[in-house]
Design a protein around this ligand. Structure first.
Ligand SMILES: [Zn+2]
Ligand SMILES: [Zn+2]
Length: 414
């Protein structure tokens, strides 16, 4: 994987690095099974064989990418090995996220083919490594999309979301578009699901909802009455709208999809705008014109603005739509040809704007968010648009190449 580029809920990555356990790709192989002969089992850094793999079945159904950009196939694959400090989780729900789409498109150089996507998961622990002390088989869990090492300088500072040696299911090793997924450093990364929280709702917590939660509450920090602009109302954008509204902010939400705008309004956005309306010249949206509409709507510019889509146009429009001393939070992934948007740094200096990247949320920060979900103040269940089975996952991934027809998150129930 790259060392400087983002990945996430359509979220940025910060650091990254080599996966802790052996081959980046082959989370494969607890046993024979499989289609192409037994792959090498993933081993722990010390070379110890994966423990407890025997309690797992040898094979499972999984969505496998064999070629970037070509439709993945649903087939039998080896159940991943359980590392000594990891667990294997029986997947009960897994979200279809734009960063899965980026990975499938070949925008992430950490992915080795063949590859199983999927990083927004909830499920039940099915196997536990010998060195894991806090988790047992049967625990219901989710996990941040960044699985931290727990020991690097960033982790020692509590900033697990930018761990130097992070692993990411669905990127550094096989992910959760499957019946089972391996998760590393379980004592550091697993999050226990509260009673009553369904796996389908919980699936978004490891990526889009948690990322939006932290992007708004830690980075954006709107005060009651402040204006928050949200560019892009997919899963992470709608989550941001909900969290900003809960903070007492006024929200202007922008999306070219009428269904997404309606969903943003249902999440409490005060104003919804179609960014293409009146801002397009020759089929190209002018970010400055989009920003001017935000400035007019907010009486001088947003106090906080998020690019929740991840494109040069939305990033620039977000920055230009701020008022003086405003804060832009980049949440959407900027990858491949979109990696270096032409941000107006003259404005950043003159108006003392802040530009902040957001890359998920550490497991230890989840309890406060889960408490607000348990109380009903935040309703991530409202963000789920539809549930599908594994056989429909390849088409759902491919559908992200086009503008969304329906609002909300798609969640796979394997
Ligand atoms: Zn995601
Ligand atoms: Zn670390």
């Amino acid at each position: 994987m790259t060392s400087s580029e983002p990945r996430g809920p359509a979220a940025p990555t910060g650091g990254s690095a080599a996966p802790t356990g052996g081959s980046a790709a082959a989370t494969g192989g607890s046993a024979a099974a499989a289609t192409d002969g037994p792959p090498a089992p993933r081993r722990h850094a010390d070379g110890a064989p994966a423990p407890f793999a025997h309690v797992l079945p040898a094979s499972m159904r999984a969505v496998v990418v064999d070629e970037f950009g070509a439709l993945p196939s649903l087939r039998d694959a080896p159940v991943p090995a359980c590392l000594a400090d990891g667990v294997v989780v029986r997947v009960e729900a897994t979200g279809v996220c734009r960063s899965d789409w980026h990975g499938w498109q070949g925008h992430d150089d950490g992915i080795t083919l063949p590859h199983v996507p999927g990083h927004e998961l909830a499920g039940t622990v099915a196997a536990v490594g010998a060195d894991v002390s806090t988790w047992t088989v049967g625990d219901r869990v989710t996990v941040p999309f960044v699985c931290a090492c727990g020991t690097c300088e960033a982790c020692r500072a509590g900033e697990h979301q930018v761990c130097e040696r992070q692993t990411q299911p669905g990127f550094t090793h096989d992910g959760s578009f499957a019946e089972y997924v391996a998760l590393d450093h379980a004592d550091v990364n697993l999050v226990r699901l509260p009673q009553g929280l369904s796996p389908v709702t919980a699936a978004a917590l490891g990526c889009r909802f948690a990322t939006a939660y932290r992007a708004v509450t830690v980075h954006g920090r709107p005060r009651p009455g402040d204006w928050v602009a949200v560019h892009g109302c997919g899963g992470v954008g709608l989550s941001a709208v909900m969290v900003a509204v809960a903070a007492g902010a006024r929200v202007v939400a922008l999306d070219t999809s009428a269904a997404a705008r309606a969903a943003a309004a249902a999440c409490g956005a005060d104003v919804v705008l179609d960014p293409a309306e009146g801002t397009t010249t020759g089929g190209v949206v002018d970010p400055a014109a989009v920003a001017a509409r935000v400035v007019a709507t907010t009486g001088g510019g947003a106090h906080v603005s998020l690019d929740a889509l991840g494109s040069p146009a939305t990033a620039v429009a977000s920055v230009l739509g701020l008022r003086r001393r405003g804060r832009h939070v980049q949440v959407g992934l900027l990858l491949a040809t979109a990696a270096h948007p032409p941000l107006p740094m003259d404005r950043v200096v003159a108006w003392e704007l802040e530009i902040i990247g957001s890359h998920g949320m550490a497991a230890h920060e989840y309890p406060a968010m889960l408490a607000r979900i348990a109380s009903g103040e935040l309703r991530p269940d409202r963000l789920v648009g539809r549930t599908i089975g594994l056989p429909d996952a390849p088409a759902a991934l491919a559908a992200m190449s086009r503008p969304a027809a329906a609002a909300g998150m798609t969640v796979i129930v394997p």
